[in-house]
Design a protein around this ligand. Structure first.
Ligand code: CP
Length: 363
């Protein structure tokens, strides 16, 4: 099954409309290798909470990416897919992208949303427990996307929760659906990371600026990177901390064949990095801290011509706006794609993929 060129044009049109600048890889690339969707794999997500990037195997992850690509190409009619469903977006910590892209995804699918954008507007301000708030979500919604400053918040909410929970960032722990958006952008850019064997000399060198041990986006991104050992040659962590990994991540990286090393010299490493994932802000319980701002990039940085930069945003001085209009900028596409991958996730969690995907697209 091949995709007609008109779809590619459609996609380019929709991204122009969305005002996405920088590198905009064609989602159709993700569909060339194995175009048919594996419903049996997507059904594994039915009624499932998304708490950690570690819960994704490569097979389910790749099916979600393919489904997102079809949605981005507007291949299937979805406007009524979730019209009987309500999503609560409960954000007890500020967010631009995660809350709005979850809400946008739900609205694209015909669903409805109720929202907490500020903890001070909930019973938390009066001392209400998260356990009791979780009980309320059962009555008011069919799924809940949550962000909280505390790592423990997810466990507390889950104590009474009977609907799926989507972790939109819990303290310094994890941000698994951000990692899905990160890898959706990367796999559109280089589908062969998931679907081919890249010759040894061309395997990817990934640089991560930040500390996986206490930055949730960096941690979840790295966890998914470990799913592609045959096509990632090396991951270099750029951090000023003595132990940027922490025990949990060290155990995972020790068990992986991907070489992991550490550096404080970003400039010297730029000549071999194919992908740079950067972030500087972390919320650590009592406030925001800046970890990666010692390492910055701008249009004069000596990047390889085809190096791409990912950043979950919001950015600080570490990522200069002079890179925005270059092909190194995959970070706006990464944010744009979050709407499509979150649609794919919601459809899978509600068990509705089979309702919207015509039989000819199913394996
Ligand atoms: N990427 C991300 O988590 O952004 P927000 O903080 O704006 O949700």
């Amino acid at each position: 099954m091949t995709l007609p060129a008109s779809q590619v044009e459609h996609q380019a049109d929709s991204e122009r409309k969305a005002g996405v600048i920088g590198n905009c890889p064609d989602p159709a690339g993700l569909l060339r290798h194995e175009p048919k969707l594996r419903l049996d794999l997507l059904e594994r997500m039915h009624d499932t909470s998304v708490l950690s990037a570690a819960q994704f195997g490569r097979d389910v992850l790749c099916e979600l990416m393919k489904l997102a690509a079809y949605l981005q190409l507007k291949r299937f009619p979805v406007m009524h897919a979730l019209e009987d469903k309500i999503m609560a977006a409960a954000f007890f910590e500020p967010s631009t992208r995660t809350r709005l892209s979850f809400e946008s995804a739900m609205l694209h699918l015909g669903g409805r949303t109720i929202s907490v954008a500020d903890a001070k507007t909930t019973g938390v301000a009066k001392g209400e427990s998260l356990r009791d708030i979780g009980q309320m979500f059962n009555s008011y919604a069919d799924v809940v996307a949550v962000r909280h400053t505390e790592q423990s918040a997810i466990d507390e909410l889950c104590e009474y929760l009977r609907i799926p929970l989507l972790n939109g960032g819990n303290g310094s722990d994890e941000h698994p659906t951000q990692a899905l958006a990160d890898w959706y952008a990367l796999l559109k850019w280089r589908p062969e990371i998931a679907y081919g064997e890249i010759p040894e000399q061309f395997r990817l060198n990934i640089g991560i600026i930040g500390t996986p041990g206490n930055m949730r986006t960096v941690k979840s991104f790295l966890m998914l990177a470990l799913l592609f050992p045959e096509n990632i040659s090396h991951i270099t962590i750029f951090s000023e901390m003595a132990d940027p990994l922490g025990e949990e991540i060290r155990e995972l990286t020790n068990a992986s064949p991907i070489g992991i090393d550490f550096s404080q010299n970003l400039k010297q490493s730029l000549e071999y990095l194919d992908v740079i994932y950067m972030n500087a802000i972390a919320y650590l319980g009592d406030g925001y801290r800046f970890f990666g701002d010692a390492f910055s990039l701008d249009k004069d940085s000596k990047l390889k011509p085809d190096t791409v930069i990912l950043h979950p945003l919001a950015r600080g001085e570490e990522l200069d706006t002079s890179l925005d209009n270059t092909q190194h900028n995959l970070y706006f596409n990464q944010a744009d794609g979050a709407v499509w991958i979150r649609q794919a996730l919601l459809l899978a969690i509600f068990g509705r993929v089979g309702d919207i995907v015509p039989a000819e697209y199913l394996a």
